[in-house]
Design a protein around this ligand. Structure first.
Ligand code: HEM
Ligand code: HEM
Length: 179
């Protein structure tokens, strides 16, 4: 097949499965802290999915070191190239930080980080109510930052796919792009 260089199949599978997980986690988190659903059912889904996101993000970064992404188009303005790199860095940082802060805040609250069945993660911080309160606020702030960065990312993806039509969207598209 000719056409633009694409992310490898494992990179695309990781991108899209993590996108689905993250797009589910933001409203699950929001529903937990409002009266929109059963708090205990939602939080017991939120913890293992969040830890899964942490594990997949680490796997994805390790894979990316061995399989670097395809280059951006040479004619892409410098500020857009910089914005792309900065936003991808922010997305990776937030994919790691949010679950770690979630885990840390429950540890500081001396609350067990139960995943599935008998699987319980050990605490990563000592019990400390002030620390818990600070991390709880940080978890919300980071979740808002992630939502905003994902929205900007979506906008950029649509700009590439619909307006510039420069192969960037096709490089991550789950389907095979037309030549
Ligand atoms: C990418 C991963 C994650 C995302 C996107 C995410 C997102 C959110 C959001 C949007 C909220 C609601 C915040 C608010 O409006 O105040 C929330 C709350 C919460 N998150 Fe996460 N979270 C993630 C990972 C985790 C992990 C791994 C844990 C625990 C191991 C966790 C534990 C919690 C808890 C306990 C609350 C609610 C606390 C309360 O009842 O006040 N989160 N999360
Ligand atoms: C929660 C949702 C999402 C997250 C966290 C996310 C995250 C990322 C990250 C971190 C990259 C950089 C890949 C790398 O260089 O290793 C990326 C690339 C990309 N994503 Fe997403 N993504 C999400 C949703 C979407 C959606 C909905 C679309 C399309 C509508 C999309 C389209 C793309 C495209 C086209 C690229 C390639 C950009 C490039 O080569 O510079 N993403 N995404």
């Amino acid at each position: 097949m000719t056409g633009p260089a694409r992310f490898t199949l494992p990179a695309r599978l990781l991108h899209w499965s993590m996108a689905v997980l993250i797009l589910a986690m933001l409203p699950i988190g929001a529903a937990m802290v409002t009266s929109l659903g059963d708090y205990h059912a939602l939080v017991s889904l939120h913890r293992p999915l969040g830890v899964l996101i942490l594990a997949l993000a680490l796997l994805r970064l390790a894979y990316r070191r061995r399989h670097p992404p395809p280059p951006l188009p040479a004619d892409l303005p410098r500020w857009q190239r910089r914005a792309a790199h900065a936003s991808h860095l922010a997305l990776y940082g937030l994919m790691l930080a949010l679950p770690l802060v979630g885990w840390a805040m429950l540890s500081a609250a001396r609350y067990p980080v139960a995943l599935v069945g008998p699987l319980v993660l050990p605490p990563i911080l000592p019990g400390n109510p002030m620390l818990h309160a600070g991390l709880r606020v940080l978890h919300t702030v980071l979740a808002y930052a992630l939502a905003a960065t994902v929205l900007a990312h979506l906008g950029a993806a649509l700009l590439h796919g619909l307006i510039r039509q420069d192969g960037v969207f096709a490089s991550m598209a789950p389907w095979r792009p037309r030549a």
